[in-house]
Design a protein around this ligand. Structure first.
Ligand SMILES: NC(=O)C1=CN([C@@H]2O[C@H](COP(=O)(O)OP(=O)(O)OC[C@H]3O[C@@H](n4cnc5c(N)ncnc54)[C@H](O)[C@@H]3O)[C@@H](O)[C@H]2O)[C@@H](O)CC1
Ligand SMILES: [K+]
Length: 527
């Protein structure tokens, strides 16, 4: 599914109107009709028949407000009580919005205008309203939200408890492009957006403001993103993951499903490599070998009977320089390598890792401390003959770039895309709405996952899943698509049972199987 920015949407609207010949008033009618259907559904879910108290429609003076006029008229025609509240002088209305405003007014339907009354009066009207529709500002917002929208949004956010707040297209005050709140933004319970989700839903403040979202058809074809050669990211869907998961052969044996090697661990971090190895096993790798410092090997071996162990020489609690000699002769046995979980950092570690990357002629996932040690050796990456997948969180990304976390977070899509292209890697920029970028410049966004994954061990599990899918034959892009989604889905399922506070990495490991099942065989998944 395409994810559109502010300009992308504008270009697609314009093309539909000017080149395809569908007038803007028709698109606005469609938009209002689709939002009306969703409101009817939400009101029914709330156990309300929509006649107890008017559905309050807050309309601005741009096209977003125009959608609101259509919603108010259509709801009224369906028998719902409504009140349209116009937050601008009617003289400011123009074009398609003016057309639909005039239609509404000619019908003599309930109307309130900021021109005739005070905001205090509006707030008294809004106070008991169970359903409020936000059609104030959409994709046309410029700069910080101004009066009177600012005051209304502030009031709404303070009084939203128990209310259904439906944002039309996007919450007023949220930037569709960056996800940044422009001074103040509506905290919607639901967002009904047009054509495709907007980038801002998945960036910065966006996820906290949009509530549950749904994209609806208004006769602007999503395929225009391709027609117009727009460079837009894609949102991962269940279907994408179904497609991306490596196919299993019923008659396959352990050799058919690949052998993953995990190199990690140090005296202080013994759990991390184990999580990665177990995640690889739970995600279908035929064989998993865990190469760890020999001082921690006995503790680990007792905990994971399904794992093969390769104890390596240790120095000061970390892998020793000569661990490479042991590895060198064995590397060709493996189909994929994860390096980093719990590895720690030691002087000369960067050179150690660089040498390992030169020796390893298989797809490699570099995570955690591996990323920190990679910083001075990035020039190696484009020269490698096999794929590299990097899985930084924003702090690790910032370190790799010599930037701040704030800089990374303010341009996640752009940074991921440029880094992946420049260094010829598949980049998984983790965080709330993980972003994936390919060496060719393709960008994906993961819509799933939340703070249940904000716990030590989560990243190790992700790297193990990626390795397993690569070991089973998935191309790196497909492997990362499936991995981030399954990982997040597993965590969401755990949180639904245990709360977001209490999900442990071991829970996520156990939930990987049911999460995969829910994709490959939804009928049997139980959810
Ligand atoms: N033909 C189209 O382009 C369609 C557009 N649609 C709707 O149109 C919206 C975009 O419409 P517009 O481009 O008219 O823009 P908006 O309706 O988002 O708002 C722009 C209006 O708000 C004012 N404004 C801008 N920044 C402000 C700020 N910071 N504080 C206060 N007021 C501000 C501007 O003066 C402008 O009149 C979409 O979000 C969608 O809801 C839909 O009707 C579908 C069809
Ligand atoms: K809105």
């Amino acid at each position: 599914m395409y994810v559109l920015g502010q300009d992308d949407m504008r270009k697609m609207d314009r093309y539909t109107i000017e080149q395809l010949g569908l007038p803007g008033v028709v698109l606005m009618e469609n938009a209002g009709a689709r939002v009306t259907e969703e409101i009817v559904r939400l009101v029914a879910e709330k156990g309300d028949n929509g006649t107890r108290y008017p559905i309050m429609i807050l309309a601005g003076h741009g096209h977003n407000g125009g959608d609101g006029f259509v919603v108010a008229r259509r709801l009224s025609d369906l028998g719902y009580k409504v009140k349209l509240c116009l937050l601008a002088a009617p003289e400011k209305l123009a074009g398609d919005a003016k057309v639909h405003y005039d239609v509404y007014r000619r019908r003599n339907l309930p109307f309130w205008s900021v021109q005739d009354a005070s905001l205090e009066e509006l707030f008294i009207l809004l106070e008991p309203a169970p359903v409020i529709v936000d059609a104030m500002l959409g994709t046309g917002i410029k700069g910080e939200v101004r009066s009177p929208y600012r005051e209304v949004i502030g009031w709404l956010n303070r009084h939203r408890k128990d209310k259904t707040v439906v944002a039309v297209d996007l919450p007023s005050g949220l930037c569709a492009e960056t996800g940044k709140v422009q001074g103040e933004a509506v905290r919607a319970t639901h967002t009904i957006t047009f054509v495709c989700p907007k980038k801002g839903f998945f960036l910065q403040d966006g996820p906290q403001y949009i509530g549950e979202w749904k994209a609806v058809d208004i006769s602007v074809p999503p395929s225009l993103a391709e027609t117009l050669h727009l460079n837009v990211p894609l949102l991962i869907t269940d279907d994408d993951v179904h497609e991306a998961l490596p196919r299993r052969k019923s008659h396959g044996h352990k050799g058919s499903f690949g052998h993953a090697l995990v190199i990690g661990g140090s005296s202080a971090y013994i759990g991390a490599p184990l999580f990665a190895a177990q995640a690889a096993l739970n995600s279908g790798a035929g064989l998993v070998t865990l190469a760890v410092p020999d001082i921690i090997y006995p503790q680990l071996a007792a905990q994971s009977p399904a794992t093969i162990f390769l104890p390596l020489p240790t120095e000061n609690g970390y892998l020793a320089q000569d661990a490479l000699q042991v590895l060198e002769n064995k590397l060709e046995t493996y189909d994929t390598l994860v390096v980093g979980p719990g590895l720690g950092r030691w002087p000369g570690g960067g050179e150690w890792l660089a040498r390992l990357l030169k020796l390893a002629h298989m797809p490699v996932v570099v995570d955690a401390d591996g990323l920190a040690m990679l910083k001075s050796h990035l020039s190696l990456l484009p020269k490698r003959d096999r794929p590299v997948i990097l899985t930084p969180h924003p702090g690790e990304m910032a370190r790799l770039l010599g930037a701040t976390v704030g800089e990374v977070e303010s341009d996640r899509l752009g940074i991921a895309q440029r880094f992946a292209q420049e260094h010829g890697v598949h980049l998984v920029l983790k965080g709330h709405r993980t972003v994936l970028a390919t060496p060719e410049g393709k960008v994906w966004i993961n819509p799933l996952g939340h703070d249940a994954l904000a716990k030590g061990g989560s990243g190790d599990i992700l790297s193990g899943i990626i390795a397993a899918f690569v070991a089973q034959g998935a191309a790196p892009e497909q492997a990362v698509i499936a991995s981030v989604y399954i990982h997040a889905l597993a965590a969401e399922r755990c949180a639904a049972e245990k709360s977001r506070y209490s999900v442990l990495p071991t829970d996520v490991l156990e939930a990987l199987g049911p999460a995969i099942l829910s994709i490959v065989d939804p009928a049997r998944s139980g959810q």
